[in-house]
Design a protein around this ligand. Structure first.
Ligand SMILES: C[S@@+](CC[C@H](N)C(=O)[O-])C[C@H]1O[C@@H](n2cnc3c(N)ncnc32)[C@H](O)[C@@H]1O
Length: 334
């Protein structure tokens, strides 16, 4: 092998390693860019427009200051790269002078537009920007009114109360008393904290409900699920939240008795359907309502192995033995 080749390979590997580190260090910007798109309402603005939007139209409809239009373009480029938006035109690099032109065009469009709308006829005689940003399936799932909207999930997981504790992960490893970095930061685990922060509680339950809508729409009528619940008289959804999943099951299988079991602050005040859906409040580490099967969807997600073993033991006590048809169904995080 040529010495030069060896040197090139090493140099390449070195640069790749450095790039790898940089990508990891900066990957939080992907999350924050997505959060910003949600905060600005970009998916809904494009959806409302009914067709892909040029940058100028977008900046105008979002009330982004014209000086910030070049930054909005960078944001959109990043989000196109991450497959959140499509683009009809090329996305060429723009230099300093082009940036100024873009900011000027946005300002002109804004000045000319009647009552602040983005409608304008090429104000400076220059060619209109060709690139226009459209929705992809991923950004459709971020629309506020989409039945499977992932916006609550995104806002929940990127809430500072969830992200801040991870800055102290190293410190957490050196302590014994805290079960999680969240616990170390707040002095409580997420479920103990929830009842006292109603906005967070509401966002959390909404997040889970939207996820259950999506999962239940795919799962409940599948042949695999039908096979699993065949012959069962009752099922209890452990940590079943607001009951979105159990409701879907109860509707699809009117002869199956469905129980939603969750902590009091989640299920208190929720009403069953008077026939095959009911709510029970309690603690899965103490006692689980009796049923022929237990369904566990994301319910063990925030708990230690010891906690999960304890809750599983309670679940086993609540159902008939396997020989008599008892079943534990676990639908965990993908
Ligand atoms: C991640 S959420 C999952 C909710 C629902 N299964 C879903 O997938 O949409 C976890 C649920 O477990 C509940 N939970 C936490 N600790 C519990 C306990 N000790 N007993 C019963 N439910 C509990 C929470 O209140 C929350 O609704």
């Amino acid at each position: 092998m040529e010495p030069n080749t060896i040197l090139n390979k090493e140099a390449k590997e070195l640069l790749n390693a450095q790039t790898h580190i940089w990508n990891h260090v900066l990957s939080f910007l992907n999350s924050m860019a997505l959060k910003c798109a949600i905060q600005l309402g970009i998916p809904d603005a494009i959806h409302k427009h009914g067709k892909p939007m040029t940058l100028i139209e977008l900046a105008d409809s979002l009330s982004v200051h014209p000086d910030k239009a070049p930054c909005l373009r960078q944001l959109m480029r990043l989000l196109v790269h991450s497959n959140f938006f499509s683009t009809t035109g090329d996305l060429p690099n723009i230099d300093g002078e082009q940036r100024q032109i873009l900011a000027r065009k946005c300002q002109e469009a804004k000045d000319l537009a009647p009552n602040g709308s983005s409608e304008r006829s090429s104000p400076s005689g220059e060619e209109e920007e060709e690139e226009a940003f459209g929705l992809t399936l991923c950004s459709q799932l971020l629309l506020k009114d989409h039945p499977f909207s992932q916006t609550p999930f995104a806002l929940l997981e990127m809430d500072p109360s969830i992200t801040d504790p991870s800055h102290n992960l190293g410190e957490w490893f050196r302590t014994t008393e805290h079960e999680s970095p969240f616990h170390m930061a707040q002095g409580k685990n997420i479920y103990e904290r929830m009842p006292s922060v109603s906005i967070f509680n509401e966002l959390f339950n909404r997040t889970m409900s939207y996820d259950s809508r999506l999962v239940s729409s795919l799962l409940v009528t599948s042949n695999e699920f039908k096979g699993l619940i065949e012959g069962l008289e009752s099922i209890v959804d452990i940590g079943g939240g607001d009951g979105t999943m159990a409701k879907a099951i109860a509707e699809a299988y009117p002869n199956l008795k469905c129980i939603v079991f969750d902590l009091p602050h989640v299920v208190d005040g929720l009403q069953g359907n008077g026939t095959n859906l009911s709510y029970v409040a309690g603690d899965m580490f103490e006692m689980v309502p009796r049923a022929h099967a237990v369904l566990i969807k994301w319910a063990f997600h925030n708990w230690s192995d010891d906690h999960c073993i304890k809750a599983l033991q309670r679940c086993k006590e609540a159902i008939p033995s396997k020989e008599k048809g008892g079943k534990v169904m676990i639908i965990e995080m993908r």
